[in-house]
Design a protein around this ligand. Structure first.
Ligand code: BGO
Length: 267
């Protein structure tokens, strides 16, 4: 059976450029079922049994836009063998918000930091080894435009897709949040695969109605939500979002040395 690798990233991170570099002219374009969001897939050059699924460009796996819902439904229900997460190296802090969520899906992830030609020109440094350690996944530097690193990223994606061991997120929320997540995970039934339990627990904690609507059996987590909201004096969605930002700040502090001023230009 063919291996499926999902290409995920923010709008404008260079996803189309990378998709074209990976698949060449071997592409099929249609719509995702029932919606007018473009669906593109193609065969990885030189690998007739590897399919690259191009997901819509998104900033998060929240249910706020049709694109976000389409992308996450594909990732949860079709469970690709690996995710190739492309991030814009000139805007890495913002792009990592999606990455932190992709790591929680129980799917092997490889990160491709794109626009490295621009980053290098600016003098800024991204410490790839540290980034890889902080995220718990392999990281490859690429320039989709110039083709640098693209073949390496593809090879690594195929390798982790074949290994089939789910990503284990290294990031932990605050202990009190982890404790309610544990409690929610324990309430999930066997209809939710083990590796997806953390994702579903986080979404239930965030009161994500679109996720509960998809579940065969929805556990009552009102007690957990109430307890953590009282303890941290905030709503659960903000608690999770804020914790992601704290994690991302610590990644940037350790893994990024900035010498240029302001946002880098890709032109
Ligand atoms: C324009 N390096 C550089 N320097 N640019 C890149 C790279 C890279 O590695 N990868 C992509 N780009 P998309 P999404 C453009 O179109 O693939 C550029 O939304 C322009 N167009 O060429 O479309 C890429 O699919 C006029 O830039 O991203 C594109 O994720 C002036 O990043 C842009 C300057 O890439 C977005 C750039 C008329």
């Amino acid at each position: 059976m063919a291996i499926k690798i999902a290409l995920a990233g923010n709008p404008n991170c260079g996803k189309t450029t990378l998709f074209n570099a990976l698949t060449g002219s071997n592409q099929f374009v249609g719509n995702w079922p029932g919606v007018t969001v473009e669906k593109k897939e193609g065969k990885l050059k030189g690998h007739k049994d590897v399919i690259i699924m191009d997901l819509p460009g998104i900033y998060s796996l929240s249910p706020y836009t049709l694109e976000e819902v389409v992308a996450r439904n594909y990732l949860i229900n079709d469970k690709p063998d690996a995710i190739l997460n492309i991030v814009d190296g000139t805007n890495i802090e913002r792009n990592l918000y999606l990455s932190t969520q992709l790591m929680e899906l129980g799917i092997p992830v490889i990160m491709a930091v794109n626009m490295m030609d621009v980053v290098e020109k600016s003098g800024d440094k991204i410490h790839i080894d540290k980034l890889s350690k902080k995220l718990g996944c392999e990281v490859v530097e690429i320039s989709a435009l110039k083709g640098n690193g693209v073949a390496k990223a593809a090879e690594k994606a195929v390798k982790i897709a074949n290994r089939k061991d789910a990503a284990v997120p290294v990031h932990k929320f605050a202990p009190e949040v982890e404790s309610v997540l544990d409690s929610i995970e324990n309430k999930l039934g066997s209809d939710i695969p083990e590796e997806q339990k953390r994702f579903f627990a986080i979404k239930l904690l965030e009161k994500d109605d679109k996720i509960s609507a998809q579940m065969k059996r929805v556990p009552d987590v009102a007690e957990e939500i109430d307890a953590i909201e009282k303890e941290l004096d905030d709503d659960t969605e903000s608690i999770i979002t804020n914790e992601r930002y704290v994690y991302i700040s610590s990644i940037i502090n350790e893994c990024y040395t900035k010498v240029s001023k302001g946002k880098l230009s890709t032109s």
